[in-house]
Design a protein around this ligand. Structure first.
Ligand code: FAD
Length: 358
């Protein structure tokens, strides 16, 4: 592990040189796990496909998607799209036992595929499902896994360099899996850019059968119950996000944030202390331990701009900060800054946009 301040290029791995054991030398190609849940592919899979394409091109190997699911139109559609987003080959396991996510059959399918076809790199989304699966696959295969990576690259010796924040986000570390294969990493949604699909692309299919009886799987899905504690916030994929921080002082003032978000047709969010105080639910938190966002417009009101918040919003096209303190850290990375009281500026903006947008 090589620690370094944020925004610096990953350090080399001098002094860590080791020969890859003979049994791992045949491992080749880059794989992306395509997360298909209840018939829908999680967009993080396509973001990873874009990143995987870059790694595969650098290594001069194939990019593969891995699609696990029941035999259905949705699974077939996911396979097609895997090529559109850059895969040369798709590894497919269709089985009724893979209809709803359960750790055991998914881990079995993925580890069997890895042992048979031997990829050198495998990427998964750091979603609830991806985190659960990545951990059990890595421990079953006895290999290394870098969770919540924010940058992926291959070094001169063709080793995956997975960078992630450490020590509360004050440092970045670059992690290599030198002696085991595959080299695994998870990446949170919206950390990587979404590639443009090329609908003319197609590729090879490799079928795999799940060697597992339903009777051997201890977990049974009896019923699907949607999570009623969240309000289906789609913060990570919103084009416009308005967020408030502790500068808003009392929970009632968050009405100003939600109103502006409504007027602009966007989503609202907040900094971590707002969630810790119980003013807004956890799925509204933006930052290192919350959502990563990549909107076209991000308006941050009464937010200081701590590094843990910054890493979650840096991908926004336009950041507008409203803060009474001209020395606030947020002005170091905002594209536009308003040194003023958010309690005055937020309603003024909402009124002005309301008049303009009708
Ligand atoms: P404050 O730091 O209290 O800042 C309030 C700001 O409001 C100040 O800049 C002040 O000048 C301004 N202000 C005051 N009154 C007004 C007004 N009337 N109008 C306009 N501006 C005003 N934080 C996150 O946000 N997301 C995370 O995911 C996250 N993860 C973390 C993980 C770890 C391991 C740790 C240690 C911390 C994490 N944090 C995270 C917390 C982070 O370090 C900061 O403490 C937090 O972001 C500060 O929130 P804030 O800016 O709302 O509050």
């Amino acid at each position: 592990m090589a620690a370094q301040p944020p925004n610096k290029k990953p350090a080399g791995r001098a002094g860590m040189k080791k020969e890859l054991p003979e049994k791992f030398r045949s491992y080749k190609h880059v794989w992306v796990f395509v997360e298909l849940e209840r018939g829908k592919v999680h967009p993080v899979s396509w973001e990873l496909m874009g990143e995987g394409r870059k790694l595969a091109d650098k290594l001069g190997v194939d990019l593969a998607g891995v699609v696990l699911g029941p035999k259905s139109d949705e699974t077939r559609q996911a396979i097609k799209e895997t090529y559109h987003y850059g895969a040369d080959v798709c590894y497919i396991c269709e089985d009724p036992a893979l209809a709803d996510y359960r750790n055991e059959p998914y881990t079995r399918a993925l580890t069997d595929l890895v042992n048979t076809h031997q990829p050198e790199i495998m990427l998964l989304g750091a979603t609830t499902l991806g985190r659960d699966l990545a951990g059990s696959v890595a421990t079953t295969l006895k290999t290394g896994l870098t969770a919540d990576s924010t940058e992926l690259d291959v070094d001169d010796e063709k080793s995956l360099a997975a960078t992630r924040p450490t020590f509360g986000g004050t440092l970045l570390c670059t992690i290599h899996t030198l002696n085991f294969r595959p080299q695994m990493a998870t990446v949170r949604p919206r950390v990587m850019a979404m590639p443009e699909p090329d609908r003319s692309r197609s590729g090879r299919m490799v079928w795999h059968s799940l060697k597992m009886d339903e009777a051997d799987i201890v977990t049974k899905v009896l019923e699907y119950v949607a999570d009623a504690t969240t309000d289906d916030a789609n913060l990570a994929y919103a084009d416009i996000v308005v967020a408030g921080g502790m500068g808003l002082r009392v929970p009632e003032n968050f009405r100003l944030v939600t109103r502006l978000a409504d007027v602009l047709g966007g989503e609202y969010g907040c900094s971590r202390p707002v969630v810790q105080k119980g003013w807004l639910p956890a799925d509204r938190q933006i930052g290192q331990t919350g959502n990563t966002i990549r909107p076209r417009l991000y308006i941050a009101a009464g937010i200081s701009g701590a590094i843990q918040h910054r890493v979650g919003v840096e991908g926004a096209d336009l950041i507008v900060a409203i803060n009474t303190d001209p020395a606030a850290k947020i002005f170091e990375f905002a594209h536009m800054g308003v040194v003023a009281d958010a309690l005055t500026v937020l309603p003024a903006l909402a009124d002005a946009f309301e008049r303009r947008l009708g």
